[in-house]
Design a protein around this ligand. Structure first.
Ligand SMILES: Cc1cc2nc3c(=O)[nH]c(=O)nc-3n(C[C@H](O)[C@H](O)[C@H](O)COP(=O)(O)OP(=O)(O)OC[C@H]3O[C@@H](n4cnc5c(N)ncnc54)[C@H](O)[C@@H]3O)c2cc1C
Length: 158
């Protein structure tokens, strides 16, 4: 049921899609929000075990939205270089469609640890362990990916 890309020549190969997901730190989750208005909310994330994970408070617009309707999409912008002389942009981005769900253990802790590894930089191991020990305070949401595409501007097409 997912659409084909119209300009297929601009489609990214699978390995480059994964590289974009691994290299970047934020994306925009689109879900069906209050009164069916689309709710697009920026989030940090990790691509881990072929899923997208993010942490969240246990309450709020985004959690309520995905509990009501798990169908979501998640967009990551990797590159956006404005080429003013041609009135265009040299872009590269990835969009995932899938269903979001609140994880339970052991997946919750595994994904939480992966997020900590991605975002903790050179924090001491003790500090990371402390954060992980309190990981029950956060909700970890998984997006089970059903359709994943990447697209790049024709300027990047080899
Ligand atoms: C780069 C980036 C990374 C982030 N990473 C994370 C993350 O990993 N996990 C996480 O939980 N949150 C993250 N946030 C914050 C996130 O965007 C939300 O603000 C937060 O998750 C609360 O969402 P909510 O729907 O529960 O908020 P609620 O307070 O329930 O939202 C109520 C209303 O507040 C407004 N609102 C909420 N968030 C924003 C926003 N970011 N900008 C403008 N208006 C807003 C909207 O109108 C929304 O309908 C990040 C934000 C940015 C910009």
């Amino acid at each position: 049921m997912f659409r084909e890309m119209r300009r297929n020549i601009q489609a990214l190969p699978d390995d480059e899609i994964i590289a974009v997901l691994n290299l970047n730190s934020n994306g925009v989750l689109a879900c069906r929000g209050d009164d069916d208005y689309p709710y697009a909310v920026p989030l940090n994330y990790i691509y881990f075990n072929k899923k997208i994970y993010f942490h969240s408070a246990k309450l709020g617009h985004k959690l309520d939205s995905i509990v009501k309707d798990p169908k979501v999409s998640f967009a990551v912008i990797d590159e956006d270089t404005i080429l003013s002389e041609t009135y265009t942009s040299a872009f590269r981005s990835v969009i995932a469609f899938g269903k979001a769900r609140i994880t339970e253990n052991p997946e919750h802790t595994e994904a939480f640890m992966a997020l900590v590894e991605k975002y903790s930089g050179d924090q001491p191991e003790e500090s990371k362990k402390h954060i992980v020990a309190h990981c029950e305070r956060a909700c970890i949401v998984a997006i089970d990916i059903e359709h994943l595409t990447g697209k790049q501007a024709k300027e990047f097409v080899k």
